[in-house]
Design a protein around this ligand. Sequence first.
Ligand code: MTE
Ligand code: HPA
Ligand code: MOS
Length: 777
Amino acid sequence: MNAPGPTAPRRGAHASVRHDSAAGHVTGRAVYLDDMPLPPDTLEAALVLSRHPHARIRGIDLAAALAVPGVVAAVTAADIPGVNDIGPILKGEPALADGLAEYAGQPLAAIAAASLEAARAAAALVAVDYEELPAVLSVEQALAAGLFVASPQVMVRGDPDAALDFAPLRLSGELRCGGQDHFYLEGQIAIAVPGEDRDMLVYSSTQHPTEVQHGVAHLLGLPFNQVTVEVRRMGGAFGGKESQATIIAGIAAVLAARARRPVKLRLPRDDDMLATGKRHPFLIRWDAGVDAEGRMLALDLVLAADAGNVADLTPAVVTRALCHADNCYWIPDIRVTGLSCKTHKVSNTAFRGFGGPQGMLAIEAVLDAVARRLRLPLDTVRARNFYGTDSRNVTPYGMVVEDNIIERVTAELARTVDLPGWRAEVDAFNAGSAVVKKGLATVPVKFGISFNLPTLNQAGALVHVYTDGSVHLNHGGTEMGQGLFVKVAQVVAEAFAIDVGMVRVSATNTAKVPNTSATAASAGSDLNGMAALNAAETIRGRMAEVMAAEHGVPVEEVSFDDGRAFARNRNCSFGELAQLCWSRRVSLSATGFYRTPKIHWDQATCTGRPFFYFTYGAAAAEVAVDTLTGELRVLRAELLQDCGASLNPAIDLGQIEGAFVQGMGWLTSEELWWDAGGQLRTHGPSTYKIPGSRDVPPVFRARLLENAPNREATVFRSKAVGEPPLMLALSVWLAIRDAVASVGAPGAAVELDAPATPSRVLAAVRRIRGGREGWAG
Ligand code: MTE
Ligand code: HPA
Ligand code: MOS
């Protein structure tokens, strides 16, 4: 611990402070749940997963499992003492299947044993009596059968049907984008420790400690005040631990309550991929009316999400998809219909972008098709459709785009990368290359910041100043590698004008800061930073009063700078002032709270101002495609992202690079493949291909937009960064389409779904050449 004093460098808001766990991450010293020393007598657990996508469970025979030496407890839904429901939005979503299995991989039972080996061996011996039922395994089947997990959502402006009829040119199409496994390096894990009087302490790898608290309380039949959830860090989450962690923590807690011993449940990777939800695949149908210059006059868009077996977060994901189907474009007459289709597959969930990427992919595919048909550059068509600053700046959901800087962002990117020169190089290459074809494309991105359910946009914090001037900080946000802890510590350091090294962030804990929202929607630092600032300012105000009284000056003349407090010509260190406050019996502890202003949303009409502000970004990517094999490489990517007045440029650049590569994975190599029997066949790294270090483009530059403070009063005028840059990867997908188009006749349509795997790319090449059909769609 540094002694407080004037020699400490100031590293508050806007400084590129390294991640507080950077050294811990690279040396392996950072403690994840699997590294935690366990209490004596802790049991290890394993799950029994359904083998069938849809089956009545006639019986579960645990006898053989219970006979395995070391096995202490085995539970099914019947053994849940409270209510078997952990649905985050809608009711009726069980932690353990109760009589009905609705996806292959669904947890049916769980075993706790003295060793992991015994638990897994016993799980394999559980005999389940299934009565198989017909399964719905695709969005098309769900649409045909009218099976949905939630009501349709319709966003309309104007009269799209009439406008379509009047449009000079009408184009339509259908495409699909795939799901995505989160592939967090640390899989789902929880440790449940029973206490006195049925209390339960749960260490969970979750983005949403409060929801885990509620889920465990429901399952155990306890009031919320008997359940405490703690999270120090996650080894990645990406949305996959927003709701899904509750399943794991809940089952661990049920076993722990049953055995009256601590239980650790850590899923093997295959079980993790089979049992827990992913990004939603979408089926997209569109009908567009444009004029001869490519101006969008009307659009009728259907976004059908594969929700899987239950709603989970699907309704909110669909809403965000609808709210991003405009991307940066003014479309006067528009209808976007969002459908939450029920299939007998694992229930899909939050994933970085939360429906935004799918909505944006849809409109970018539409504009790409329009541009090709009109033989215009895609960027030209986009520019003709950008939101303006006049009456053409209202989204289909009725929100005025007040902070529009998309033209500035795209122009700055085009200038810094010399887009015309780059295009000429690509064209020249293609003219001289018969088999390998290059493609180049850009993408503009506008992403709305705030949870699209206004209630969730609140946060709390707890700050203590100790008498040596060191600061203890706790807030409702969770650390998943994104750098939230260091950012919020910087905010508090800035408020006290001390070095960030003086601020220690402690593990997120439902007993310290209650009733929190998930760390999600990229809003972690916006919300928790403001709550922590609120707490710090309360304490600073009290400290200033003490300083003023001590030196007989008005409080307005007290200031804080460089680790010291000043009152006219007198000053002392921050720690000395803390000591003085204590001796004067003034509290050095405060809670803080924040609620995002200005936002509102009407779910029934899909209108309102769901977002406090928008972030903007643009990217350009170059790919090379082998037209004989469909293989591809991303050769160069240039990114420009608006982070407002960045709280921490080093962290933000890391977020931008990571999000882009993750987006690339979604759009290129990561393919979730279910067989005709509803079994996921890509449930490990040998078959499911996330991008590796060699897939990162050899030329890869990310930049922050300079001099762009948030015009809304966010924490030190910063903007959120976690999700938006993922959508910059759409440039890669569009560049692949560009490469495919280069082998077709001018104006020919490109038919390419996502992910653009080699087989899909090859099929697209064959289709556009008018030759033989490929073997994949
Ligand atoms: N970065 C890392 N390293 N690991 C993660 O799991 N999750 C992303 C993003 N960046 C994630 C990440 C997602 S989905 C969100 S919503 C935000 O971080 C959440 O954190 P924030 O709100 O503090 O940005
Ligand atoms: N993002 C993430 N999680 C959410 C959201 C959102 O917009 N809305 C509700 N839960
Ligand atoms: Mo991020 S998908 O909102 O956890």
